[in-house]
Design a protein around this ligand. Sequence first.
Ligand code: 8OZ
Length: 382
Amino acid sequence: MIQALFSPLRIGAFELSHRMVMAPLTRMRASQPGNVPHALNVEYYRQRASQGGLIVTEGAQISPSGQGMPATPGIHSQAQIEGWRGVTQAVHDKGGLIFLQLWHVGRVSHSSLHGGERPVAPSAIAAPGHAFTATFERAPFETPRALETAEIASVVADYAQAARNAQQAGFDGVEIHGANGYLLEQFLQSRSNRRTDAYGGSIENRSRIVLEVAAAVSDVFGADRVGIRLSPFGVANGSGEEEPLPLYRDLIEQLALQNLAYLHLVEPRASGAGQADVDHQNVPFASELFRPHWPNALIAAGNYTPSTAAAAIETGRADAVAFGRLFIANPDLPERTRQGSVLNPYDRATFYGGGAEGYIDYPALGASAYRARGTPARPTSV
Ligand code: 8OZ
């Protein structure tokens, strides 16, 4: 029953009034120069805030070298902190909660974003596929520079500083982006990590940086205000661990010892993250496989509809479900769902980059004339 989405839920330090979380969504619309959140972004998040509802922001690079795409917002400069303050204020004014997603892309980047310097990664292995250049063009991924052992501590320190900045900007907490082929997942997975120091080789070593980041960020915010997103079965950006179960079981158990507020799992059914409307059937639910290893709140994400989400919550597989595409197209997604109203279709063409179109012009219920955009890729009714 859809009502399962509307029962309260404790997540770490917070009590949510419903379980429809807004997923982290890269939209590439920060103001330039400086990748600063601005009025357009404030309006976007304001529209999607709801009383007692949780928003996880788009990934925000923790440092200049953490950036992988043009116009993604950062959380490392004073101007960015000020910009985000407008966002958190708007969400809090509507009674909502908002966590900032802390992001370092590692090798999923391009030298044009780094003054000609190569992106950094655990090992000098290029990701397959194409990067977004600083000018929104596509270019093959370059071979990254492997981080020196001594540099890893400064990357962890950048996460801690980004968490302090997020606190200053008024965020309720932070989510560590450990999914979808970015830096932390590059360390976790043996395809992208060939290191021979304490950060490569065994599962324990490959997990080390993730556990260090979780501890450092928890020192800033308190573990009850920190979540982490993982995609054990993902194939985005050249990821894909041959045997994900031992790695992720162990990692999740270690993270549980740190008592983080929540674990956010991307389901394998949506493993192409952002690239297409992939929908792999006949694969296990990540949430089902890892639930026994995680005592705190579990958020599942990936191709859920309100009714499949409600079913996941009813069976106990997940405590909450994050929605991406549906939240892009439906600023008032929880209220629409509660009322059983039809959902707006989303327009993939305006997901990344651009301005107000496809960003703040999707109508809320009761809004007047709406020019239907795009074609729904799948049924969008509740
Ligand atoms: C799609 C396009 C750009 C970025 C992720 C941050 O996969 C992303 C992303 C997705 O986590």
